[in-house]
Ligand binder design. Sequence first.
Ligand SMILES: NC(=O)c1ccc[n+]([C@@H]2O[C@H](COP(=O)([O-])OP(=O)(O)OC[C@H]3O[C@@H](n4cnc5c(N)ncnc54)[C@H](OP(=O)(O)O)[C@@H]3O)[C@@H](O)[C@H]2O)c1
Length: 344
Amino acid sequence: MLKQKFTIAPDGVDPDKVPKKTLCTGEQIPAIGFGTFGSDHATAEEVAEAVRGAISVGYRMIDCAAVYGNEHAIGEVLQEVMQAGIKREELWITSKLWNDMHGEGDVLIACAKTLKDLKLEYLDLYLVHWPFPNAHPPGCDVNHRDPNARPYIHEEFMKTWRQMERLVKAGLVRHIGTSNMTIPKLKLLLRDAEIKPVCNEMELHPHFQQPELFKFLIDNGITPIGFCPLGSPNRPERDRTPEDTVVLEDPVIIKIAERHNVHPAAICLKWAVQRGQIPIPFSTKRQHYLSNIKSVVEDPLTEEEMKEIEAIDKNCRLIKGQVFLWEGAKDWRDLWDENGEIAT
Ligand SMILES: NC(=O)c1ccc[n+]([C@@H]2O[C@H](COP(=O)([O-])OP(=O)(O)OC[C@H]3O[C@@H](n4cnc5c(N)ncnc54)[C@H](OP(=O)(O)O)[C@@H]3O)[C@@H](O)[C@H]2O)c1
């Protein structure tokens, strides 16, 4: 693919016009970000090219992760973007600690590698990707299991979290947060953390609204970041089951989209931002990522439409996480503490 040079797109959105959210620290963060998981089919170069395009049309928050295998390519783009005049402070770069780097001494090594790959001196947000040290190789199928997999052990998680806190103190990371957490796990973390998580990244779309966890986060000053905001239509095979519903084909979403004369994706994103989470949609197609960011700066949903969407929650989790299960676990529901207690 021919590499495009970075320029600000004349048909993009002015980043100053993109809504912002205020974190518990008083810090402002764009209310929409750009995902970078290529779902095992978009190459690192394709994703990096999309990041270049996304920044050129107005995205300033980029959701990265070491396990996506593309931070080295995204780093080239970030360097180029900053050389072209975008200041580091104008960008919000998130990355995530992968599950195989939770051990003592590993967190600093993982963060240093991510910083080197992204060609940055600091991250705006560093998340613990999953609350388990159970890893899977890229592109594996749903039956893969880590032979050393274990359930959530709070003392172990706190050892990882203390290392996250050290990164903040060392100035390598401005904020720390969690991902794929549950209320009982977060309660323990909030009790024991010296530096509290500012964000929790979690699956959120109209068919999976997680109202209880969402409320818990808001009540505790933790900002929800919503992944799979469009229901991840191209997610890997391992994350598909016959019961999964398709949010972009929901009749209520389609009806509201027709009313606003936009694609159903735009309705999911308007809903997300107006509800109060930060959606991080991914796309490699310019017309998609451009219309996605435009959707959150114009033509908001009415209160009535927000209520209609609230009513179509199907509690349909798409990223079930089977590959993180440990021996003796019943099924993927054990990862999510559905009965309010941490599964062991
Ligand atoms: N913390 C975690 O554990 C976790 C887990 C999953 C994901 N994430 C993050 O969340 C991000 C988003 O999740 P996701 O990528 O799985 O799902 P998503 O954003 O819900 O869906 C992305 C898919 O939707 C399509 N799409 C995007 N805009 C569209 C539009 N306007 N019209 C039609 N189709 C459109 C894209 O295809 P085209 O490329 O063809 O447009 C892309 O394949 C990831 O990239 C990653 O950064 C985090």
